[in-house]
Design a protein around this ligand. Structure first.
Ligand code: ADP
Ligand code: ASP
Ligand code: MG
Length: 410
């Protein structure tokens, strides 16, 4: 008898009809002779709705109370699914993160899972129940409710699969796998049969929201393959697993974009030791995570510094900089929220030169100006004006011939 963990995302449980559809799938999996644990997201749109309510009360609300609020979305979906399964004549029981127990650190709104007890799940499975677990949430050592960051149910599912040493971990979503880029903005996007953890981690970290990046980190650490597939059909999806021979051939295997960052520019700061330290300490004290950083060469002892932060933290970042401006003596602090980061990712880049050059040429041929650049062993990212995002994604997809399958697997 196999133990199957299935995660269903917001769209898959977005209406009563869809919850009933998930109930049928889960029961069918059980009837094939498996034990089943379903990990759920909130119904689609619900988490956004709750976040908007919090912002209406106070945009600077506490992160502890934010977690109490947004975790409620998953409480609704798990109970409804358990009822829908019972209505089909099967035994079902739902558990919150604190009942499982999914123990996390206390970093509210972006907590990390530390360990999962899971005894209650095991007992229920042995008793013949289908177990339904709330994704996205956990509990810290003081009993406070925590959440794992947007898209966190993916991570809950992989962590639960690890803790239970499940045979299969399936992520059911509204697309039928991981594509060479977001199929909702590029119709030439091609479904990948397999993708390495390293590439998936880069794509997810660079904006491909089909999997939360922490879920991939987790899966890689514990060697759990993830099967990403559609909750609306039975076709095979994409396996995220360890790198193998057939994957090496693609120089670039995917294009990702992220519209959730903003650019901050500080002009005319003295070019001397300690200035960058003051700036980034002030930003870090606000709990803001900085992504790309560029410092210009100095002219007449003055320099400019540009960096990106999550859009949600932009106002905080600007006010933190104004607070320390006496110390850093900048002539101007400003920024731009209308930017996007487009990135190309591929393990084949390790051994191929000129990939970055091809990317810049392709963008320039469409007159898309590059505002910032960053590279790593297997990715190149460019910050551009937000309005060109979709065009840039399509142009890069075409330039690197991603619609064509270059691996042995097809
Ligand atoms: P869920 O609610 O099931 O967790 P998400 O909305 O979080 O679903 O993730 C699925 C979405 O990810 C897709 O609808 C698609 O628009 C987007 N996406 C972005 N990049 C990719 C990609 N490379 N492959 C597949 N989907 C992608
Ligand atoms: N409901 C949460 C969100 O919308 C978690 C998830 O869907 O994975 O971010
Ligand atoms: Mg998601």
């Amino acid at each position: 008898m196999a133990l199957v963990v299935q995660k269903y995302g917001g769209t898959s449980v977005g209406s009563i009809e869809r919850i009933k559809n998930v109930a049928q799938r889960v029961v069918a999996t059980k009837n094939q002779g498996n034990q089943v644990v379903a990990v759920l997201s909130a119904m689609s749109g619900e988490t956004d709705r709750l976040i908007n309510l919090a912002n209406e009360i106070d945009p600077e609300h506490s992160r502890r109370e934010y977690d109490v609020l947004v975790a409620s979305g998953e409480q609704v979906s798990i109970s409804l699914l358990a009822m829908a399964i019972e209505a089909l004549g099967e035994k079902a029981i739902s558990f919150l993160g604190s009942q499982v127990v999914i123990r996390t650190d206390s970093d509210h709104s972006r907590a990390r899972i530390q360990d999962i007890e899971g005894d209650r799940i095991k007992e229920a499975l042995t008793g013949g129940f289908i177990v339904v677990v709330a994704g996205f949430q956990g509990v810290d050592e003081d009993g406070n409710i925590t959440t794992l960051g947007r898209g966190g149910s993916d991570t809950s599912a992989v962590a639960v699969a690890t803790a239970l040493t499940a045979d299969v971990c399936e992520i059911y979503t509204d697309v039928d796998g991981v594509y060479t880029t977001d199929p909702n903005i590029c119709k030439e996007a091609r479904k990948l049969h397999k993708i390495s953890y390293d590439e998936m981690l880069e794509l997810a970290s660079l904006g491909a929201k089909v999997l939360q990046n922490r879920s991939v980190e987790f899966a890689q650490k514990y060697g759990i393959p993830i099967h990403v597939r559609s909750s609306f059909s039975d076709i095979e999806g994409t396996i995220v697993c360890k790198e193998d021979e057939s994957m090496e051939k693609a120089i670039v295997s995917g294009v990702a974009y992220n519209k959730n960052e903003a650019k901050v520019t500080i002009r005319g700061i003295p070019d001397r030791p300690g200035i960058a330290a003051s700036i980034f300490s002030a930003i870090a004290e606000e709990g803001i995570v900085v992504d790309m950083i560029i410092q210009n060469t100095s002219a007449e002892g003055l320099t400019d510094l540009t960096f990106t932060v999550p859009k949600l933290d932009y106002d905080h970042a600007i006010s933190a900089l104004h607070k320390i401006n006496q110390e850093i003596d900048a002539s101007e602090i400003d920024g731009d929220k209308n930017i996007a980061k487009v990135s190309i990712v591929g393990i084949g880049m390790r051994t191929h030169a000129s990939v970055a050059g091809r990317m810049f040429t392709a963008l320039s041929q469409e007159n898309i100006n590059i505002l910032m650049i960053s590279t790593s062993e297997i990715k190149v990212s460019c910050v551009i004006a937000e309005k060109y995002t979709e065009l840039a994604v399509r142009v890069l997809h075409q330039e690197f011939e991603l619609a064509k399958d270059t691996t042995d697997e097809s």
